[in-house]
Design a protein around this ligand. Structure first.
Ligand code: PGA
Length: 254
């Protein structure tokens, strides 16, 4: 049985004050939900310290960063290293989000370097993949996913793969309100799992958690997570208010 993992990706929203307010309300209402799902919150870098402080009494909620440098340290203006994140008790890092790929030019090779650097530091990557509408309509869905997985995970050994969570996020469903149908999502997840089985072993593929991302909300989380290969969610818009995120988690684990 794979434990569901639900992560809030706040993107460029919430400074330290809003982060603290959100987490105080949210963690007060979580109750037993953390026993049923791993819950992760990814604030912007400048709000990570506030998140750590606000969650000190509720370490059941893990903190993620939204990005990380593939370099160790040095002359890389504006970048943040894995070691800096470790110092703040960050446990996960989102890598290769489609906004990083399309707006900031991150290639599969850069993403691969970031995944490796994170694993070296014992940070758990939330490794994001997904096709554009044009790619899906052009019949390239499987080829795109296969190359993102093969190139993004190149050189990563089976034992290290246990630290990785995969997030399948069809680009056309992110922030658009257009959610993939459960069949589209399940088919893509099953395909992703089969590629991991080809690259590694079926045993590993059966253990890897694959989140769905793209306009997930309380209304659709239940049926998405009921699919055999959907093990959680990476949630943008619906994670920005404590009650909306709590409702989504409740629906997901039902
Ligand atoms: P969304 O974003 O839930 O707002 O579609 C998901 C994501 O980008 O991770």
């Amino acid at each position: 049985m794979r434990k569901p993992i639900i992560a809030a990706n706040w993107k460029m929203n919430k400074g330290p004050r809003d982060t603290e307010d959100f987490l105080n309300t949210f963690s007060g209402k979580l109750g037993k939900l953390t026993a049923e799902a791993d819950i992760v919150v990814a604030p912007p870098f400048v709000s990570l310290t506030a998140a750590v402080a606000a969650l000190s009494s509720n370490s059941a909620v893990a903190i993620a960063a939204q990005n990380v440098s593939e370099q160790d340290n040095g002359a890389f203006t504006g970048e943040i290293s894995t070691m800096m994140l470790k110092e703040l008790y960050v446990r996960y890092v989102i890598i290769g989000h489609s906004e990083r790929r399309t707006l900031y030019g991150e290639t599969n090779a850069i993403i691969n370097a970031k995944v490796k650097k994170s694993l070296e530091a014992q940070l758990k990557p939330i490794f994001c993949i997904g096709e554009t509408l044009e790619e899906r309509e052009g019949g390239k869905l499987e080829a795109v996913l296969r190359s993102q997985i093969t190139e993004g995970l190149a050189g990563i050994e089976e034992k290290e793969m246990k630290g990785i969570v995969v997030a399948y996020e069809p680009v056309w469903a992110i922030g658009t309100g257009v959610v993939a149908t459960v069949e589209q999502a399940q088919d893509a997840h099953a395909f992703v799992r089969s590629v991991i089985a080809d690259l590694y072993t079926q045993e590993l593929a059966d253990k890897i958690r694959i989140q769905y991302g793209g306009s997930m909300k309380a209304d659709n989380a239940g049926e998405l997570l009921a699919q055999p290969d959907i093990d959680g969610g990476l949630v943008g818009g619906a994670s920005l208010e404590p009650q909306s995120f709590l409702d989504l988690i409740n629906a997901a684990v039902k």
